[in-house]
Design a protein around this ligand. Sequence first.
Ligand SMILES: Cc1cc2nc3c(=O)[nH]c(=O)nc-3n(C[C@H](O)[C@H](O)[C@H](O)COP(=O)(O)OP(=O)(O)OC[C@H]3O[C@@H](n4cnc5c(N)ncnc54)[C@H](O)[C@@H]3O)c2cc1C
Length: 409
Amino acid sequence: MTTKVVVVGAGIVGASIAFQLAKRGVEVVALDKGLGPAEGSTGASSSICRCRYTHPEVVRLAFCGQEAYGNWGLFTGLAQPRSGLHRTGVLWMMGETREKVTADVAKLASQGVAAEILDPERLARLFPILSPCAEPFDTTGDTEHVCRPGEAFLFETRGGYVDPVSANQDLIEATRLAGGTVTFKARVVGVTRESGGVTGVRLADGATIAGDLVINAAGPWCNQLNEMAGADMRWTLTPTRIQTVYRSWPPVMGTLPVGADSSTGIYFRPESAGQQVLVGSVLPEDEEEVVDDPDDFKRVPDQDFITMKLAALHHRIPSLEARGGISGIAGLYTINREDVHPILGPSGVDGFWVANGFSGHGFKLAPAVGSMIAQAITGVTTEFDTDVPMSFFSVDREPIALGVKHVLA
Ligand SMILES: Cc1cc2nc3c(=O)[nH]c(=O)nc-3n(C[C@H](O)[C@H](O)[C@H](O)COP(=O)(O)OP(=O)(O)OC[C@H]3O[C@@H](n4cnc5c(N)ncnc54)[C@H](O)[C@@H]3O)c2cc1C
């Protein structure tokens, strides 16, 4: 294999691509402008691994990612990986009918994903601290609320969450052990071209790095890279500010699953080895703050956001005392506004590929996306490879048909 590949970005996506190429014997260099791992989207990620998606291809891709994190030592080849999947299960509290939940359990099962239907009684036995309410709840407190138990809840029994920074660190270490290079403090400022085709990149210090193929894995900075390469994307990829809240979690409350809660518009999961709970949003209006400069945005959550999301959490967990430390972060993810799914593979410019626009799904998909891209470049398959075709996410596809265009698509 003589191809040399330059990956721009060593977040969870770039590191995953670099690792998959290095382990197939490809000469690969991942370049990142950060001082160290996970300074982009990855470091702020809630890193939830769930598989319930609209399209079976995405279910399958998420499942492949989940199984990679679930077998992280084997997947990375590291004797002592820092990370791995906390299989808490993923509980969907969406106010749905039993028919809808039954159909989705069958769809998940068709792609190998274990899921079951919980009725309110079984929910109470598994997670007694969670209210079974399915009635929409106004977090402003302006509308009177009477709780009404939901009919059926979908539970993905083997889903969960991962610590994102240590997973990124693991992939970087695994790439280096497999013979690849990962370099930080290496800001790409230009993409070099000859006769129309890309020949490498130019760094801020003036150095050039040659490559037969350059892959844009620059996360929220992807548009800058595409511009440098002259890639004319017809996709609208917007770096978008996304907020999360962390609240202390009293040990007496026991363990939580990952939860998605449509009656209040939040998701939640354990954080910091169970000492905190992390709360984020599943509402489209919380995915609207487009950021012009990914290097310059407010990195802490707004007070209003904190107040609303904690009100939502207390509705779902009524016995949670209203005291304890509160913090949070805001990060960016890149939303593909046409169909909230990533674009992967050849960009239309010779020698320039993209892995962009993950729209809030990039962490869970990253291991499988790395596998998909490395298979497409080398034709070589290895263990843990995904069998989902990359064409589903190609740059020249029609937008994927969806009922909703937000993070729960
Ligand atoms: C608050 C929040 C919650 C999320 N929750 C989830 C979740 O629960 N589940 C899930 O699956 N996903 C989630 N996501 C999305 C997921 O984190 C991202 O899709 C994923 O981290 C994207 O990884 P990436 O490697 O593409 O981008 P990044 O991590 O941003 O990496 C891109 C890298 O490129 C580098 N770079 C950029 N430009 C240049 C340049 N010119 N030269 C050199 N280097 C460059 C940057 O320094 C950066 O390290 C969440 C994201 C956020 C912000």
